[in-house]
Ligand binder design. Structure first.
Ligand SMILES: Cc1cc2nc3c(=O)[nH]c(=O)nc-3n(C[C@H](O)[C@H](O)[C@H](O)COP(=O)(O)OP(=O)(O)OC[C@H]3O[C@@H](n4cnc5c(N)ncnc54)[C@H](O)[C@@H]3O)c2cc1C
Ligand SMILES: *[C@@H]1O[C@H](CO)[C@@H](O)[C@H](O)[C@H]1NC(C)=O
Length: 433
């Protein structure tokens, strides 16, 4: 018997580290290919856990994710899964802007029929994991696998192994903002606000958003610099703060719950991580937040992670599952796009708080089509008249771009200690390359 024959008969084994959203979707894709899939997750099994702790309760899911999966002719199973998820999400057809005086004005999401879904994170995770072999923490036996897929999130332990190697680029930035989640209960058995909207309270340095849940609650997320969070130390100060900035939300959340819930958990940090390459030889590859944590101001974090899985799967087809070639090609294709979405998200972080409607067409392009992120950025760079004028008039466009932002957003930028100039350099170089 030929030794090679024996080897090819054996089922390939893949270890997916991290059973979050991206790990779970990966498990589906690899299982569909006939790999033996082992999911390693450090939290308890989400399918049996009573209380699911963790980041953000619900997520905005855009069409990129589902379309990406459905585009594959043979991706039936995965597409089905998405149809199931979609049927359980709440469509948000427009944003609802809450002004300080309590006035509400809707801004639709572009063309008719385009919408974003509010999806329950825990539920989505459970569905994606159904049927997978799940190895909880504690199972520390030595294993031998053909491929390790690092999907262990923004603080990835797998990525730490990459850091010990040479020629690995890495950067991480904590933004000065934190976030806190508050629940808006149902009112008389129904949603307290109009459900088919993403509600936004833009307040310069502060911002609150609210997404609807199936149980008729809203999850409100308050984004604010850490130093502002820390200034508020008593229940009365919480009320005072809300009275000033989000007065219409007080009766909807409830003054008493507000005073209590604000102190339940400290504000959470947000980090942006970029690295390259995403693979080591034919052995290990990073996907999702492990490869690229982005700040959540473009609503694309999860979508970008899902797209990693879809693109990887396409490349697996293209190169006949030859991992040596596949992993290298995945890095080549994916790094520019993931870096572009990280930049876009960071850019939006600055813009969004003050000007909810700017760069809207770019948002639509990124959110509702599968235009590659880096191409969307490239096109945008040359379409945006105001910024272009600035760049063309002044040779040192990046500097002007930076000051343009400062000028548009004068009271807050000194507090937001970001490397705007570096970001602009990046965007400009994308536009001209
Ligand atoms: C406030 C906020 C709002 C957001 N809103 C949106 C949104 O509206 N739309 C959107 O698309 N994205 C959004 N995102 C981004 C989105 O949450 C992430 O991009 C997404 O969760 C990434 O999925 P992941 O599977 O890569 O990582 P995670 O969801 O972080 O999952 C990683 C998993 O790995 C496990 N793990 C960690 N370390 C280990 C280890 N050493 N061994 C084993 N297991 C390990 C963790 O327990 C976890 O289950 C938001 C993020 C934040 C912070
Ligand atoms: C690291 O970054 C430098 C500078 O941007 C770039 O030229 C180089 O190709 C990057 N290396 C990898 C492995 O991505």
């Amino acid at each position: 018997m030929e030794p090679t024959q024996v080897k090819s008969d054996k089922k390939k084994v893949v270890a997916v580290v991290g059973g979050g959203l991206v790990g779970a979707l990966n498990a589906c894709f690899f299982a569909k290919r006939g790999f033996e899939v082992q999911v390693y997750e450090s939290r308890e099994d989400i399918r049996t856990a009573k209380v699911v702790k963790g980041r953000s309760i619900n997520l905005a899911l855009s069409h990129r994710g589902p379309d990406g999966a459905e585009a594959r002719g043979d991706g039936g199973e995965v597409a089905c899964l998405f149809v199931q998820i979609v049927s359980q999400g709440i469509p948000m057809h427009a944003r609802m802007i809450h002004s300080p005086d309590g006035k509400q004005s809707p801004i639709p999401y572009g063309k008719k029929g385009q919408f974003i879904l509010s999806v329950d994170r825990a539920n989505l995770n459970k569905q994606l994991l159904s049927g997978e072999k799940y190895i909880a923490d504690g199972a520390k036996e030595h294993i031998s696998v053909d491929l390790i897929v690092g999907c262990d999130g923004a603080f990835s332990a797998i990525r730490k192994q990459f850091l010990r190697r040479s020629r690995f680029n890495y950067s991480q930035t904590y933004i000065p903002h934190g976030y806190m989640e508050l629940t808006m209960p149902p009112r008389d058995g129904d949603f307290a606000m109009k459900p088919h909207y993403l509600h936004i309270w833009p307040r310069n340095t502060f911002m609150m958003i609210a997404l609807p849940n199936l149980d008729k609650t809203f999850t409100c997320t308050l984004f604010m610099p850490f130093e502002e969070f820390e200034k508020i130390t008593t229940g009365d100060e919480v009320l005072e703060f809300f009275q000033k900035y989000f007065a219409d939300a007080i009766p909807l959340i409830g003054a008493d719950s507000l005073k209590r819930d604000y102190f339940r958990l400290p504000a959470q940090a947000m980090v942006s991580v970029k690295c390259s390459p995403y693979h080591i030889a034919d052995k290990c590859v990073l996907m999702g937040d492990a490869a690229h944590a982005v700040v959540p101001f473009y609503g694309q974090g999860m979508n970008a992670g899902f797209e990693d899985c879809v693109v990887f799967d396409e490349i697996m087809d293209q190169f006949n599952e030859d991992l040596g070639v596949v992993l290298e090609e995945y890095t080549r294709v994916r790094v520019p796009d993931d870096h572009a979405i990280a930049d876009l998200a960071m850019y939006n972080y600055i813009e969004m708080r003050a000007h909810v409607n700017s760069k809207w067409f770019l948002f639509r392009k990124v959110t509702f089509t599968r235009t590659r992120y880096h191409q969307a950025v490239k096109r945008w760079q040359w379409q945006d008249k105001v910024i272009n004028r600035g760049l063309l008039v002044c040779g040192t466009g990046a500097v002007l771009g930076g000051s343009y932002l400062l000028f548009k957003n004068p009271p807050n930028m000194d507090k937001v200690n970001l490397d705007v100039e570096k970001m602009w350099n990046r965007l400009v170089s994308l536009g001209t390359s």
